[in-house]
Ligand binder design. Sequence first.
Ligand code: CA
Length: 531
Amino acid sequence: MTSPSMLRFLGGFRRFLLLLTALLSAAGSRTDAAPSKPNILFILSDDHAAQAISAYGSPWNKTPGLDRLAREGMRLDRCYAVNSICTPSRASILTGQYSHRNGVPVFNNLDPSATTVAHRLRQAGYHTAMLGKWHLGSEPQGFDEWNILPGQGRYQDPVFYDRDGHRIYRGHVSDVTTDLAIRMLEKRPKDKPFFLMCHHKAPHRNWSPAERHRLQFAGEEIAEPATLRDDYRGRSDALRQQRQSVFRDLTRRDLKLVPPTDLPAKGVGAWLDEVPDEVVVPSATGPLTLRGEALDRWKYQRYMQDYLACVQGVDDGVGRLLDWLDSQGLRENTVVIYTSDQGFFLGEHGLYDKRFMYEPSIRMPFLIRWPGVIVAGSTSEALSINCDFAPTFLEMAGAPAAPEMQGRSLVPILKGRRPADWRSGFYYRYYHDPGHHDTRAHYGIRTDTHKLIHYWKLDQWEMYDLVADPQEMTNRVTDPSMAAVLTDLKSRLVAERQRLGDTNQFANLLPRDTVDQRPKQMDRKHPDSEL
Ligand code: CA
């Protein structure tokens, strides 16, 4: 039984097993363990809807830079803002907290003493940097360096501020932001991992693209979304009261109409701020006056042409940053994230802008590349929220979890392992009422399959079956067959509000004149900023 040949065979088999174990272990370490303290490049744009990215199936545009990120990383299909408006979403990203907890429900300043993910990453040994649109009033804290736009910033020849003062940069803001990001990274201390927040202004209103993209979509018939002419039947009064309608609220300024030459100079601003009820356009047979439905169709095309052209400029910038990482040998040890502070209505429900809890508004694009950890070309439908980003970055950095953060690290999701106790719903709340677009305040819960919205000032409810009705056109709140679902959603909503500590502390704080407390310090420095 134990002949020399048998012993030789067993010895060889043992060596084979050891080799196999070593190979499997090495393979495992390549897919499971992040390299120690990866660099984190976080690219945020402003108001970029996922449906305007070809990796998300856009019917309108091609975004090769972003598609590359999706191809080489993961695409999150259900990532959401918990308060769909610029400043609050940025505060949630930085603090990992809901608006009622971080104190930024509307356009108020982020408390400069708040601990953010930047503070914690710096403690963990990172070089931390912030570039571009900040829009949180107080000066950035927790960053080793920062260079930001005042308020909303300008599209052309933007001003940037840092600790030493301000400077005007010639060119389009999307290109300047990318140039400055590369310059910042080139000059960074090389003995530390970096965390750079690169925040684009585009494609925020008033959608002013770089000249090279300005006419890119001008000759195309941009497909109208199926819900563009939504009549709001069966829905709450909030949809009838809003002023963010493509047809009723886009101004001459938004539509890039040119004032007549005989207009007195002091009347130009007022003329541009009006909503036109007729527009004269050139045609093969001479000037053509558009009214009614023809004007509505034209307005949608005009809106989308500029919006999509702005997206192309951001996409160019993402492509350039990815190329730069390659050129520096930084690809393998840098996590690259692309997202937007919220989604945007691109005509769905007849709307532009965001705010409402409907999918096009709250859904954020989220593309992430993390070589060695994320399987290239993967996707996830796990419900994620902007409060998750900060805990995710901390786990990537090997830093301890921050107890004040209300989100949850996405790292297991990114590794393709959705924990059994992952959330099956999340809480949403919008406060800015009265606000710029008369969007009524509301809160609600979105689960994997349903959505319940309460417009609390109207005391009206909407409920949607997102599986049967993904476009949210049929309010089921009075449907007897849905009574049990409604009861369940209401109890989950109450439980989530309690769990998160929302005790209505900001429910009545928002008269219009206190909402617009702009970043006064930066206003003084630069009065001609577009705020
Ligand atoms: Ca925004």
